[in-house]
Design a protein around this ligand. Structure first.
Ligand code: SF4
Ligand code: SF4
Length: 502
């Protein structure tokens, strides 16, 4: 069968999971020509597609006033200044665990959704699905629907062929360029980087990542398409662990559709073998063959079959979002019944409402709740001012000419606010310990005054000395406190003072 005249990817055309002896390990791709479809699922998919694309392309252009000297882009990964801005949230590199928490949250949400609704993510919101859908829409717009595209590919390479193909790839490349361009805007000021790209003044890194994302968008959504889901993506392989017989998945109600046949034949079921469900499938499979790894759960075959059933005056839902439990129950209830209305009614009556509350979904919901609460708590309690102290280790201490012992420390003040007011440093240590901070003035009470750099890190050299003649242990705990103008301790940290071993 040629790649062009194939009406769909019949099961025999697809590579088996474990090829029998003598079978080739590699099978050529059978090109898929998905047909246009209308219906409720398609409408939802269009709405989700528009929302996802709008979010992706518009987000970098939203502004958020953070005051002078700070980027006003609502969502920005500012690599040069090591900051992540997300509306009112500003994360520092040491708070990267929030990002890890968000990824864990996303993973548990995906597990929960999969256990409830099967491959909802794959069929509706996965970027591969969204961009492939957009590219297919462009292809249909320029080259026509399924039959016209098949005819075009089977026909001669004439001016019509070249024009339509060139136009299609031209628009695909434009979309890919917009996608790559939007990606670099998340890491740079959107208006400036757009101007720089367009005038040839952007940095090499910007052009590299722009080309990388544009190239992959064009390749994956224009050329690879369903092969990404079938062969490259690991998710279909392990999502089975999240599904059970109560998950809602796209299924063909074979108890109602079989045996297939002509519409007027009373001895046949509701499936009239019209292949409408196959022709709309973006992965080119036949849902009537049962649950398959290639099925992304997009539900377009539901719309296609509903429209056929509507035209025939038969109840919709021959292909539907259904649980495997219900499928078995309906099949068992109608096993000995001939096709007809009585069989349909018996099959539908044997169904149960989907069980959304089950141990598996409760476990995922619990994990989601715990991670959300931990993240919320960590976020609410995050400090905006931190102080860290690192004691010199080589040498551990210096013996002075008068017999005193001195330790040197590096004190870092991390200030995540725009406030610059100075802070007094005090040492909490045994009697006799004296502290000097290099290159800073003292306040009226003789305490070193450290300035906190607005939205930055200030670093100081601190010397602590024990006078000669005073006995000191080889390790004495000391604490450094930062006091604000009112004398309130705003940050503190502990360290040790090293002395000679007895
Ligand atoms: S079989 Fe149906 S739900 Fe599955 S990918 Fe094809 S059209 Fe989508
Ligand atoms: S669209 Fe419906 S009736 Fe037509 S082949 Fe598919 S399942 Fe059968």
């Amino acid at each position: 069968m040629s790649t062009i005249d194939a009406p769909h990817r019949a099961k025999a055309d697809r590579p088996a999971a474990s090829p029998a002896a003598g079978q080739p390990l590699y099978a050529d791709r059978v090109k898929v020509y998905p047909k246009r479809v209308f219906g409720r699922v398609r409408s939802v998919k269009w709405a989700v597609l528009v929302a996802c694309l709008a979010l992706y392309y518009v987000l970098p252009w939203l502004r958020w006033d953070r005051g002078p000297g700070v980027p006003d882009q609502a969502v920005l990964v500012d690599i040069a200044h090591a900051r992540l801005f997300f509306f009112w949230v500003e994360l520092w590199p040491q708070e990267i665990y929030f990002l890890a928490g968000a990824l864990i949250l996303g993973a548990f949400a995906l597990f929960a959704v999969s256990s409830l609704f099967g491959r909802l993510w794959c069929g509706f919101t996965c970027p591969q699905t969204v961009w492939t859908d957009l590219f297919m829409w462009v292809e249909r717009w320029i080259q026509g629907d399924r039959n016209a595209r098949m005819k075009l590919d089977q026909g001669p390479r004439d001016a019509n062929w070249w024009t339509r193909k060139a136009l299609t790839h031209g628009v695909w490349l434009l979309i890919a360029a917009a996608t790559g361009g939007a990606w670099v805007m998340y890491f740079n000021d959107a208006p400036s980087v757009t101007h720089a790209i367009l005038t040839g003044r952007a940095s090499l890194e910007v052009y590299f990542f722009f080309a990388l994302f544009a190239g992959f968008t064009y390749l994956l959504a224009g050329w690879a398409r369903e092969q990404v889901c079938t062969y490259m993506c690991p998710w279909p392989r392990f999502q089975a662990a999240m599904l059970d017989e109560n998950s809602l998945v796209v299924t063909y109600r074979d108890w109602r559709g079989e045996p297939r046949g002509k519409p007027r034949d009373a001895a046949t079921g509701d499936c009239v073998d019209c292949f409408a469900c196959v022709h709309v499938c973006p992965t080119g499979i036949d849902i009537r063959d049962g649950q398959q790894l290639e099925c992304i759960g997009c539900g377009l075959c539901v719309d296609a079959c509903d429209s056929v059933m509507g035209k025939l005056g038969r109840p919709k839902g021959l292909i539907a979002f259904e649980t495997l439990r219900n499928l078995s129950a309906s099949a068992a209830a109608t096993a000995a019944m001939p096709p007809g209305e009585a069989r349909f009614k018996a099959g539908m009556a044997a169904r149960h409402l989907p069980r959304f509350i089950r141990p598996r979904t409760m476990m995922y919901a619990g994990a989601l709740a715990v991670v959300s609460l931990v993240m919320l708590g960590a976020f609410l309690l995050r400090s905006t001012l931190d102080v860290t102290v690192i004691r010199d280790r080589a040498p551990l201490f210096v013996r002075l000419s008068d017999g005193g012992i001195r330790n040197a420390y590096t004190v870092k003040i991390v200030n995540k606010t725009r406030e610059e007011a100075p802070l007094a440093l005090v040492l909490q240590a045994p009697e006799g310990f004296r502290m000097v901070v290099q290159d800073v003035p003292d306040d009226a009470e003789g305490r070193p005054l450290l300035s906190r750099r607005a939205d930055g890190i200030a670093q100081y050299r601190v010397l602590v000395t024990v006078p000669g003649g005073q006995r000191v242990a080889d390790s004495t705990p000391v604490t450094f406190r930062l006091l604000d103008a009112t004398g309130r301790a705003v940050a503190s940290t502990s360290s040790t003072f090293a002395g000679p071993r007895p």
